[in-house]
Design a protein around this ligand. Structure first.
Ligand SMILES: Nc1ncnc2c1ncn2[C@@H]1O[C@H](COP(=O)(O)OP(=O)(O)O)[C@@H](O)[C@H]1O
Ligand SMILES: [Mg+2]
Length: 185
């Protein structure tokens, strides 16, 4: 038997949900919990990727698909090197998420289930208000579709729990699914 430490298997944690559902918040809350277990983590936040790699894209269907495809590629490369990509991306289309799953393989889809009404109350970036006022178009949940996952590995209800609690529960879910080994005492 080899004495070499085995690097933990990489997998992708992919958060999907409406704008203001809590994807970014949860991704940030779960990051230190994985890091303290010795995992290397890279956060791929849709908004951040749009500042660089996807700066050329808009919000029409083709652009959203391209955006998801780029994020998928980066996530795949990270995951196969044992780094856990945590993706926080609206990723409104089932087909894009299915392609991500197929390409990355080790894929954990986390559906942040916050309903539109609550997301709209939160309106973290003020975009729902702008969309309702007709100032912006192609707003997911308003005049652009969001296709909820049919069989996500994990669900988060951000109405019944805060981010810290939800992040802990996600770690428990990852253990249950066998992606993380239970913590040694
Ligand atoms: N359990 C929870 N998980 C995540 N966010 C929550 C939760 N409860 C309340 N919130 C709040 O909801 C908002 C979610 O914003 P954000 O994470 O930026 O959403 P998204 O990235 O999905 O657009 C934040 O203001 C956050 O504090
Ligand atoms: Mg976000």
């Amino acid at each position: 038997m080899s004495e070499r430490p085995v690097s933990p298997p990489g997998f992708c944690l992919w958060f999907t949900g409406l704008p203001s559902a809590g994807k970014t918040t949860l991704a940030k809350a779960v990051t230190p919990l994985l890091e303290e277990r010795g995992y290397r983590v890279e956060l791929l936040d849709g908004d951040e990727v749009r500042l660089g790699l996807s700066a050329d894209l808009g919000f029409d269907r083709a652009s959203r698909e391209t955006h998801a495809r780029r994020v998928t590629f980066v996530a795949k490369v990270l995951a196969r090197n044992g780094i856990i990509p945590i993706v926080a991306l609206i990723s409104p289309y089932r087909s894009s998420r299915a392609k991500a799953r197929q390409e990355i393989g080790a894929f954990v889809e986390v559906y942040v289930t916050t309903p539109l009404e609550i997301c709209e109350q939160r309106d973290v970036k003020g975009l729902y208000k702008k969309a309702r006022a007709g100032e912006i178009k192609e707003m997911t949940g308003i005049d652009d579709p969001y296709e909820p996952p049919e069989k996500p590995e994990l669900l988060v209800d951000t109405r019944s729990q805060g981010p810290a609690e939800a992040a802990k529960e996600l770690i428990g879910g990852l253990e249950r699914l066998g992606w993380l080994s239970p913590r040694r005492a």
